[in-house]
Design a protein around this ligand. Sequence first.
Ligand code: HEM
Length: 432
Amino acid sequence: MSEAPFPSHRRLGYARAVSQPLPDTLDVIGPDTFAQHGYPHAAWKRLRNEAPVHWFDLPGGVGFWAITKREDLVWISKQPRRFINAPRLAIFEQGAPVKGPRTMARHLLNMDPPEHAEFRKAASGWFTPRAIQRRADEVRRIARDLLEPMAGDGEEREADFVGEFTAPLTLHVLADMLGVPRSDWKLMFQWTNQIVGSADEEYQTQSPDPLIAGPQSALQGMFEYFQALSAERRKEPRDDIVSVLANSTIQGSPMPAFELMSYYVLLVIAGNETTRNAASGGLLALIENPGEMQKLRDEPGLVPTAVEEVVRWTTPVIQFCRTPVEDVEIRGQQIKAEDSLCLLYPSANRDEDAFEDPDRFRVDRKPNPHVGFGIGEHFCLGANLARLELRVIFDELAHRMESVELAGSFDRMRSCFLGGVKRMPIRYRLRP
Ligand code: HEM
């Protein structure tokens, strides 16, 4: 900790020594806990208060330091040369080795400066506020097209909110931007589920097609698919992201094939599995907090703050890792170069030192310095798009949803990486 002083030791004075040893079994990223009960907020709160930087062994794998306070997460994320993204993207149940052969993919999230910025620039023109704003009408149209058949004549109905609305919406928007033809959207959807749901049995056994039967083959399927599409777009470029990336150059040469394919995979996964879960979890939060739902109906001008609160509350990305390039001390803990630091975004977003009343869902929360989209060098490239989609969704719902309740169980994906929602049966009335 020689370069930048760690501020909170002096300013906030909460850098307590661990008052008592925490049990090693404290479940902080267990996929079963998440699938059965949702995020382990009580365990994270205990860590924030008793051991904000705490080591966990990972049976059968390499352990990690759990970083649970917002201030620490921000401090680490803002020093991308000192805390790098390669080689460990996140903690996975299988305990992926820290060192070892090439990872399954090479994309923005496991690249570091200065290379990272150059790759990021290749697609960033498509995600600026202005570029995204141009898509507003199209996103609205897609949302309405999906809501129309759900509404019927305004009578009470039941539907799976994920399957009929949030999943197709995010998929259509992104596939359109990439330039994937409609006939292939379903395939795209299965592939992303299989890669992200690699710890969930349902996604691994669902399909008899060997091409889409597991994360490795799903990845290969996606690579082959986008290789063919890139070749087409090199011959005949169109106004889509595949045309831009397939024709992009890095240091004067065409983007290498492995990195190019990884880029598409990242966009498809990051663009689908996150906004979908924020929207589903956001509706659940409104159902569970009817007063907040009423506030939004009475004052639809609150949609933008409500969307920020939905991202804070649901925090769809559970964790990413950083690896220090030198020994470092954080809150009194001696951390070795090459140890893994696991940044727990949902914990940072409930940090008592950063948010007033953090365990309350409030659609008018302001300020709301959440880190649901991360912060610093790797700040979510799709944040403007996600915000647009979520604003359209909650605006439509605030105006049209006359009643809504859960009609079955809110079914979570088994994962220690993404807060996925597989199904959300609802009973509702929608104004046609
Ligand atoms: C509510 C929805 C979303 C959430 C919560 C979310 C969250 C995140 C987080 C936490 C990161 C890592 C940031 C960091 O390390 O500091 C990230 C990165 C990224 N996200 Fe999102 N994301 C969302 C939607 C999207 C969408 C719609 C796209 C569009 C395709 C997207 C594309 C990306 C990409 C490409 C990166 C890597 C950026 C980099 O490494 O430079 N995300 N996102």
